[in-house]
Design a protein around this ligand. Sequence first.
Ligand code: NAD
Ligand code: UD1
Length: 303
Amino acid sequence: MHALVTGGAGFIGSHLCDALASAGHTVTVLDDLSTGHLENLASCPHRFIRGDVSQFDDVLEAVRGVDCVFHLAAIASVPKTVADPRRSQAVNLGGTFNVLEACRAHGVKRVVLASSAAVYGMGTGKPEFESDLPAPASPYALEKLSSEYYLQIYASLYGLETVALRFFNVFGPRQDPSSPYSGVISLFCKHLSQKMPVTIYGDGEQSRDFVSVFDVVRALILASQLSDPKGTVCNVARGESVTINTLYRELAALYHCDLKPQYAPAREGDPRLSVASVEKAERVLGFKAALSLKEGLLRLVQG
Ligand code: NAD
Ligand code: UD1
């Protein structure tokens, strides 16, 4: 298969590229390097196009000769999209639309989208099912949900094979901690390794369903192989959640650090409780997360 990975120089995308290349697939990457890094692709033989998914011509060039697009390029931070909704609309929704149109123009068969648990909104503490009514609470969440709907419309109108995977909170090596908007585990690890206090937004009792990037890559590849997907939407998670306070305690113990966290006001649009139903992923995708949070954190900390 010839796969295009948009956002392939990023955290999740680069692990996907490695897995695709080692399974013998041809990989093209389209990335503007806004948060991704070329070094992430050092072990993946690939064709790299530096381009912007919000620019149709860049996407059109990238999809030529491709069988499947893994569309991961996005502004992945909820607070960044709250701060600049115009740009996030252009990238997160406009980018998806450009991918779909380019696929239609070049007869690409399949698109797998990196969607998000954020579409469920603030959460109730009960497992989120794909059939639940979405309740997006940020530009990011709305753009992911609208992207899913666009995929379904292109599946039914134009026969494109599409799968949207709602990743919950992904963690693992290469998650870049360089911005305050980075993923919480990467930031906590960076601060704890330097014996610096972390910041917890809100009371720290918000929860997340963390899943290892290695499991997420398996789910992406299963989605590219799913027979007759017809616009499928599926959670990708472990089905267990942890509060940010507990996460901090577990990581602090691994770093043998007894620094107290600093608390700051909760972020706007920040979901409160997040835990997935993993029933559909198991039934439809044949996916079950293999790594527990404890094992994943231990591997991450031990390098
Ligand atoms: P990341 O920031 O490491 O990766 C995103 C990549 O997209 C980067 O390489 C970046 O340079 C690139 N990119 C951004 N804007 C672009 C543009 N306009 N044109 C081309 N490339 C562009 O983030 P990630 O955590 O690897 O996220 C990958 C995808 O998974 C995103 O779509 C994100 O929304 C989604 N997702 C991530 C998580 C998570 O917990 N990390 C959870 C749910 C969904
Ligand atoms: C993350 C992803 C998003 C994805 C969503 C799915 C990133 C940057 N964001 O969003 O792409 O769609 O999961 O659920 O990967 N926090 C702190 N201190 C910090 C950083 C964060 O307390 O220093 C808190 C946040 O307020 C939040 C939680 O930790 O409550 C998780 O934050 P974050 O890692 O940024 O992820 P999400 O916003 O959940």
